[in-house]
Design a protein around this ligand. Sequence first.
Ligand code: ATR
Length: 274
Amino acid sequence: MSQKPDRYAVIGNPIAHSKSPQIHSAFAEQSGELLEYTRILGEKENFAHHVHDFIRNSGRGLNVTVPFKQDAWQLVNEHIGSAALAGAVNTIILTENGQLQGANTDGIGLVRDLANNHEVELAGKDILILGAGGASRGILAALLEQQPAHVLIANRTASKAQDMALEFQSLGEISGSGLQNLKSQNFDIIINATSAGLNDRIPDIPDTLLRQNGVCYDLMYADKATAFVRWGQQHKARLSLDGLGMLVEQAAESFFLWRGVHPQTAPVIKMLRP
Ligand code: ATR
């Protein structure tokens, strides 16, 4: 009798354009893991129902994307790794004894893309994060773990950045401010975690923000260079990167949490790059 593949899925709304099925199918093929990975269009009010339904039908794990990452954090029985502080879960793991564990692999995905794929070290660097929403919260613990000299969160609404810095202060050197306080400061690495790029815009930032040989990173990706990637190019960044590598790296960490296997990410990034 042939063995049935283990079932996984990504849940979000919208979900049709998610690249996760393609990424995980490539990982499975490459590593010889027998699994099936599908998309679930989640209804806003029914997140818990969708998850329990999937698990009842032999689901072993889920990726969670917008707008359900906070719902997933609420739903799971236990948070692992950086998920507790992140307040958001992007990976659900069914344990042997039927418990749901929640992880957040976004931060590790970003750090691995920078360090392994682009040889950008974070230790000792001055890092600026633009934005103080869910995307920033998801990456902070992993960034601080790399022991940068300092992380500044700058946000249009200054109080949100200040509050977030206080929440993470036990993990490293971190502070928060308003975007308007950035004049006369500069940084080795600037990470755009705002949602301004959804409208092909960038936050209002000074032209002097990036140090020589600095690196820009946009957590968003698109088929064409995003507005922030273009800003980096125009301001002589050594590297101006979008979030495609992070997307594949966060998926690889989810795959590892489920299967105990580290897939190769470089061929998958290459396959997805338009
Ligand atoms: P996400 O989950 O993508 O982080 P979010 O939690 O809604 O989404 O947060 C969006 C972030 O982008 C916020 O930091 C927001 O700034 P405010 O807190 O001041 O609203 C920021 N943002 C969105 N559009 C922006 C713009 N045009 N300029 C600057 N910041 C912007």
